[in-house]
Structure formats: structure tokens, C-alpha cells
Design a binder for this molecule. Structure first.
Ligand code: BGC
Length: 750
């Protein structure tokens, strides 16, 4: 079966559209609709009742057809030829679930995604909205308050754009740096990713809309995403990808979960009883609803019985499961009546509980200036100073040569369904691929112009980088050079880690001509840097969002002291990776194949440490223009939980923000890797200032999975606690003995 994501979006044949339209009209059995008295509110709308009571009453009023309506979502793109086009769908949006006017239940207007209100590929004009830095950039801030503010901002734009469901909260772990969607996610560590994405979701939902965490689960590569079967041991999954979801669900309380395209251990995610019924709903007690990724539904009876609640993104005849086939399956007794009601109850209760029903989103004004400040703050804290030798940064000197990466006009953004068009539109139109998941879009925010504004005394020249010889000449004539390199990544396609378009040659040429060369990376995730030893400065700016220009310029000039830390490890060479090249590249589309996650829960830095590999830049790494020192580390047990206290001091001459990282390790070993991140905190300190921090380590981060008991188990024994500023270093360690502790699979950890 072909899936939506495999085709250019919005290009359906008329025949298919007609079929879809007919199907939509013909699916429902005729059911007489009781009409409530005009001036009496239907009882479910009584706001003094609890969401559960209201959902129950609503359910009692609905016909079979109305129930099915709440369970069926359509792809939101509208074209004049679109036969199933509903006038209430928001133009160029991800999706629509029709409302029930008879009982006053609103439509569900769905928009992507985690960096702002996205525009689906179709004819212009695109909706222009504030673009946050990529999810990975936000994770690099290690600042959950900032992520929450960022989420609140994009959620408010979703609301002001008439949406009440935001498909925001990507928390798939980075297992393969070449995954084209890494930019949408929160990195390689379950604690960091779960905390940061949970905070973003919390912010989104503060706008009385539903946020959808995704893609559940183990959708960690795009290659063959509809046919890849991820094979992983349950314990390894519970301690890695699933733990990231679990933490994000606890901290963000998203109303819905989107099940993924891929299979897990032999079964499609959206009909995977283990994932949906056992892990998500039983063990974690998830009260919300599960929606499909767009077109990820396969078998009606399995979908319904194994935990799917809503099909979304329906575009073609043959894709309808619930609308066309669920009713018959219920009548035949293949799906219990109660299960149908449970699906409806979950959808309705969640929308009521999150406020999306009583305060429906209405198109309204947006304060773009205020939102730009939030996006910029996020970008400034997410930029990671990877290397700074000979004090090449902050930039000094009178003549600075800026080279490459379209830095004269904008900053790169990530493509696919998460594509947001920042105010001003695309600064570099006409790039390939022209069709979805393209075109590559540059947000109109020029680092070059921002640098000129930041450094008014300096002469800042511009060279486009297409000719390494010319670029080297410009660099030689300056006191320092800044080379911008880019790699566009997008949904539905993975990448190799080598920078495209010979940019490595450009950097090497500039580095030979100018010893004070700084490279700024605008990439979706890690890339290889064969020239890393030959330049004194490297800055990871990710996709920095609609204010990327000034954010980068302020870090380079020193107006902002960098405080981002890596949420992912950067390999030195692909041979260091568990899978040097993504499995399945080049296989015929649709052919089922397996990817075995034999590294288990040893993801990212855990893998490197276990293998004894020295990455180019480790997880947690990030330099500052000042220095911080930790001391007085002490660990103790309090109410059965590990708590860690320490002091941190700014020992340099500038104010800045430190990210204190607590790593934990069983002295006797026995984990998937030597150690794990157990806790972290970010604090701002004036020069010479010091503070004391006291952090709790979630017991699940000290545990292994006990398959027999179906829960987490902290083994009794001695543990080492280390305070560090990156996964490979440690400033101080202490040891402590922990008693055995058993925790249920759904332990909230507190
Ligand atoms: C993506 C989802 C997205 C949906 C709607 C799918 O192709 O995988 O992340 O929310 O489209 O646009």
C-alpha cells in the first residue's frame, strides 16, 4: 500500500478524489438523529461537569455515524479539485476531523509541528508564522523553562491561526545521525529528550489546545519508514526510546500520541498491542487518544482492538479504516461495541479536558515582534560552541570575511511536514527538490547583516562560497574568516554525514588561507568534519529559526555568552556508529526489512563509552566565554531516592550559564553501558558567583528492566555519581550504596 508520505503532497488524481468523496458520503448507516430542543444546551456542554462526565453524556447522544466522524481525520490540504474538501478545513493544514454541528462539538483542526505552525506543500501563499529553532536546537539549550515558553508561543500561534490540535512533540531518540528527522526531535538521551519535549508540550497545551507526541515508537530512521521492522529487546526499549516517551508524557501530559509508520518487533506500530494497549495505556495509564501518523493505518480490526483511537490524514480511497470498515466490524462482533465507545470517549474527553472544546481557536492577531524575541532567546541558548582555540571567538579584528551558506540572506530550516515559513517567506527560492519534502527553505534572517550591525567598527565582507579560490582570497585579506556550512535535512529521506556540495573543500581552502577561521554549522544534526583540526573555531547553530541571523551574530560577537550543550554525540568517523550507513538505503520501496537495534539501550554516548570510542564532540559538550567549576559534591538517600548536592562557581571574568550534568554508574557494572545521565540543571552565574544545587535522580535511571516482574529494578550495591560538563569528563565523583528497589512499569518516578 502506498502511503501519503511517499508521494508529493497535494497531488491526488481526480478519480481518487471522487472515490474518496463518495466513500465519505456512503459510509454511514442511516441513523435518525434526535434533535435537542433549540434553547436547551445539550447536557454534555454543562461546564460544571467533569470532562469524564461530559464525554459520557456526549457519547450517549451520538449516533453511530457521529461516533465514526470523530474517529476519522482527513488530510488538510485543499485544492479546487478536492472532492472530499470540507469548507471548515484550514488551508494548507495537516488535517481536519469534522465536527458534529448537531450536538455542538467542534471540528479538530490539526497543524504541524514542534517548531511552529507549519505549511503543507501546495501553491503559495504559505502561512507565515514564527519559526523556532529546530527541536534539536531547543534540546541543546538544556533549559526546560525556555522550551516551555517556546511551546507556549507556538501554541498561541496555532490557536490564533484557528487550530486546536498541534502535532508537536517529536521525541524519537537519535540512534542514527543520518536520520532526516533528527532536527525535529530531542536528541539521544531519554532524560534530556523527555524533559525538553515534555516542557515544550506543556507550553503548547497552555493554550487550551491538544499537543500530539510522536512518533510512537522507535521511528528512528526515515529510510523505508512504512516497511521497516525494528527489532529490539523489550528491556532495551523500556530503558531508551520508550523511557523518553514515558518521561515526556509525565512531564507534558499531551492529549494525544501519534503512532508511527514503522513496525516494531513484527507488528505495525498503529496496530501493535504491546506498544499501544500494554505499554502506553495499561502500564503508563495514558488517558488520551492515539492517532495514526498520516496513512499509517492498515487493518481495521487490529487497529481498533490493539489500541488505535483515531485514524488521521486520510487522503485516498482504500485508506479509510474506521469510516468505511469499523461499523461493519462492530456489527460482525470483531470489534466490541465498548471498544468503539472507548475510542470516542477518549477523543471527546481529551478535547474537553484540554479546553479545546469550550474555547475553540479562532483566527486572530499575532504579536510577531514578541514571538521573535522568544525564538531568538531559544536560538541563542541552543547554539553550541564546539571549539574555541587561540581565543578566536568572540570575534575581534577590523576585517572579517563572511563566506558561504547563503548567510547574506538567511538561515536554513528543516523540511517536510514540519516546514514553517517564517515571516518574509523563503530567502533562497528555487532550490531542489522542488516538491515535498522540499523545497529547502531559508528563513529571511541574515547572519551577515546581523554581524555588520553587531560589529559596526569592523569591515565585514561577503563571498558566496561557490568558488573556494575566491573564498580563500577573501579570507586571506581579512583578520578572521567565518564560513557558514549547511546541510538540508527533511522528513522521508535520510542523509549521509558528509557535507554536500563540496563544502569540506571550501572550509579546507579557507582554513589554509586564514588561521583565524570559524566554521558555523547549520545542519539537522551531526556531520563529519574532516577539517576540524585545521580550524580554531566551530559553532553548531543547527537550524536556528526565524531569528537565526541575530542569534548567531550575537554569539560570534560576544554579546551573548554561548551556553548550549550537545544533545547528541558527533562521531569522528562513521565507523564509530552502530550502523555506519542507515539500513535499507536503496531497497525497493515497500519491501519489508528488519533493522536490529543490537546496541539496545546503549544509544549515543552510552554506545561510544561502551565501545571505548572517542567521539569528535561528546554528548553534553559545550564551551563558554567563561569557565565554571564544580565542588563539594555529595550524594545521599532521601525517602529512598538518590539526591545529589554540589556547588558550582563561575570562575571566569564574564557572566554566563552553566549546564551541570550528573552521571550515574553502578560500580559493579551490569548496565548497557558504563554510565547514564541522571540529572541536570542550567543556571546563570555572574563572574565569581557561586550557587548550590540539589538534584533528584529519577530511580528509573538507576534501574534495569526486570522482564519477569514487568518493572524496573534498582540492583542493590555501590553506585558512582559524577558531576561533569560533558559525558566524557568528570570534575568530581562520590560513591554511595543503594538498596534494592522495585518499581512498576508505570512508575512516575516521584
Ligand atoms: C508525519 C507526521 C505529521 C503528519 C501530518 C506525516 O507525514 O510523519 O509527523 O504530523 O505527516 O503532516
Amino acid at each position: 500500500m502506498r502511503h501519503l508520505d511517499d508521494a508529493p503532497r497535494g497531488h491526488l488524481g481526480l478519480g481518487a478524489l471522487l472515490l474518496v468523496g463518495l466513500s465519505a458520503l456512503s459510509c454511514a448507516p442511516p441513523a435518525p438523529a434526535p434533535s435537542p430542543a433549540r434553547d436547551v444546551l445539550p447536557s454534555w456542554q454543562d461546564r460544571s461537569l467533569s470532562p469524564d462526565q461530559r464525554a459520557e453524556r456526549l457519547l450517549a447522544e451520538l449516533t453511530r455515524e457521529e461516533k465514526l466522524t470523530l474517529l476519522t481525520g482527513y488530510f488538510g490540504i485543499q485544492k479546487p479539485t478536492n472532492d472530499y474538501r470540507f469548507p471548515e478545513a484550514r488551508p494548507q493544514s495537516a488535517g481536519l476531523v469534522r465536527g458534529l454541528p448537531r450536538v455542538g462539538f467542534p471540528p479538530q483542526w490539526q497543524t504541524d509541528a514542534g517548531s511552529g505552525v507549519a505549511t503543507q506543500g501546495e501553491a503559495p501563499p504559505e502561512l507565515e508564522r514564527t519559526l523556532l529553532p529546530s527541536g534539536l536546537a531547543t534540546a541543546a539549550t538544556w533549559n526546560p523553562e525556555l522550551a516551555e515558553q517556546a511551546g507556549a508561543m507556538i501554541g498561541s500561534e496555532a490557536r490564533a491561526s484557528g487550530f486546536n490540535v498541534m502535532l508537536a512533540g517529536g521525541v524519537n531518540l537519535m540512534r542514527d545521525p543520518g536520520n532526516g528527522r533528527n532536527f525535529e526531535y530531542g536528541g539521544e538521551d531519554p532524560l534530556l529528550a523527555g524533559t525538553m519535549v515534555g516542557a515544550l508540550v506543556r507550553g503548547v497545551q497552555s493554550n487550551q489546545i491538544v499537543s500530539t507526541i510522536k512518533h510512537f515508537a522507535l521511528n528512528d530512521q526515515e529510510t523505508g519508514r512504512n516497511s521497516v521492522d525494528i527489532v529490539i529487546d523489550e528491556g532495551a526499549a523500556r530503558l531508551s526510546d520508550l523511557l523518553a516517551f514515558q518521561l515526556a508524557l509525565e512531564q507534558g501530559d499531551p492529549g494525544s500520541v501519534m503512532c508511527a509508520y514503522n513496525l516494531v518487533n513484527g507488528e505495525y506500530s498503529c496496530q501493535n498491542d504491546w506498544l499501544l494497549n500494554q505499554v502506553l495505556k495499561r502500564d503508563w495509564g495514558f488517558p488520551g487518544y492515539v492517532m495514526t501518523d498520516w496513512g499509517a493505518q492498515h487493518d481495521t480490526v487490529l487497529n481498533a482492538n490493539h489500541g488505535l483511537d483515531q485514524e488521521t490524514g486520510v487522503q485516498r480511497q482504500g485508506q479509510y479504516q474506521f469510516l468505511d470498515k469499523l461499523s461493519a466490524a462492530v456489527d460482525r462482533g470483531q470489534v466490541p461495541d465498548e471498544r468503539l465507545d472507548d475510542m470516542v470517549r477518549r477523543v471527546a474527553r481529551t478535547l474537553i479536558a484540554k479546553g479545546a472544546v469550550d474555547a475553540p481557536g479562532q483566527p486572530g492577531p499575532i504579536d510577531f515582534a514578541a514571538h521573535a524575541r522568544i525564538s531568538q532567546a531559544d536560538a541563542e541558548e541552543g547554539i553550541v560552541l564546539l571549539k574555541n582555540e587561540r581565543d578566536v571567538l568572540p570575534l575581534g579584528g577590523k576585517r572579517i570575511a563572511v563566506i558561504g551558506g547563503h548567510a547574506d540572506v538567511g538561515v536554513l530550516t528543516g523540511g517536510g511536514s514540519a516546514q514553517v515559513y517564517a515571516p518574509g517567506g523563503n530567502a533562497v527560492p528555487g532550490l531542489e527538490p522542488a516538491n515535498w519534502p522540499g523545497p529547502p527553505v531559508y528563513a529571511k534572517s541574515s547572519p551577515l547583516l546581523a554581524l555588520r550591525a553587531e560589529l559596526p567598527e569592523a569591515y565585514v565582507s561577503w563571498t558566496d562560497g561557490s568558488d573556494p579560490v575566491r573564498a580563500a582570497r577573501a579570507a586571506a585579506q581579512a583578520d578572521a574568516a567565518v564560513v557558514f556550512v549547511t546541510q538540508w535535512t527533511a522528513e522521508a529521506r535520510d542523509v549521509l554525514l558528509t557535507l554536500p556540495e563540496d563544502q569540506d573543500r571550501l572550509v579546507a581552502a579557507v582554513a589554509r588561507a586564514q588561521r583565524r577561521t570559524v566554521v558555523v554549522l547549520e545542519t539537522g544534526g551531526p556531520v563529519l568534519m574532516p577539517w576540524a583540526d585545521s580550524v580554531p573555531g566551530i559553532v553548531a547553530a543547527w537550524y536556528p529559526g526565524s531569528q537565526g541571523g541575530p542569534a548567531i551574530a550575537r554569539v560570534l560577537s560576544g554579546a551573548v555568552n554561548p551556553s548550549g550543550h550537545l544533545p547528541v554525540s558527533f562521531p569522528r568517523a562513521i565507523e564509530q556508529l552502530p550502523r555506519p550507513i542507515i539500513v535499507g538505503l536503496g531497497l525497493p520501496r515497500g519491501e519489508r526489512f528488519q533493522v536490529r537495534y543490537d546496541e539496545g539501550a546503549a544509544v549515543g554516548y552510552r554506545w561510544y563509552e561502551r565501545q571505548g570510542f572517542d567521539p569528535l564532540f561528546p554528548f553534553g559538550h559545550g564551551l563558554s566565554y567563561t569557565r565554571f567549576a564544580h565542588q563539594s559534591l555529595a550524594a545521599r538517600l532521601e525517602d529512598g531516592e538518590l539526591r545529589v548536592r554540589f556547588e558550582v562557581r563561575n570562575t571566569g571574568a564574564r557572566g554566563g550559564k552553566v549546564v551541570s550534568q550528573v552521571y550515574v554508574a553502578p560500580v559493579a557494572g551490569g548496565w548497557e553501558a558504563p554510565r547514564r545521565l541522571g540529572a541536570f540543571a542550567k543556571v546563570e552565574l555572574a563572574p565569581g558567583a557561586q550557587t548550590q544545587l540539589d538534584l533528584r535522580v529519577d530511580p528509573r535511571l538507576l534501574a534495569v528492566w526486570d522482564g519477569e516482574r514487568g518493572g524496573f529494578r534498582v540492583a542493590p550495591g555501590e553506585y558512582q555519581v559524577t558531576i561533569a560538563q560533558a559525558a566524557v569528563e568528570g570534575e568530581q565523583s562520590v560513591k554511595l550504596t543503594l538498596p534494592e528497589r522495585l518499581l512498576p512499569a508505570g512508575a512516575g518516578g516521584s
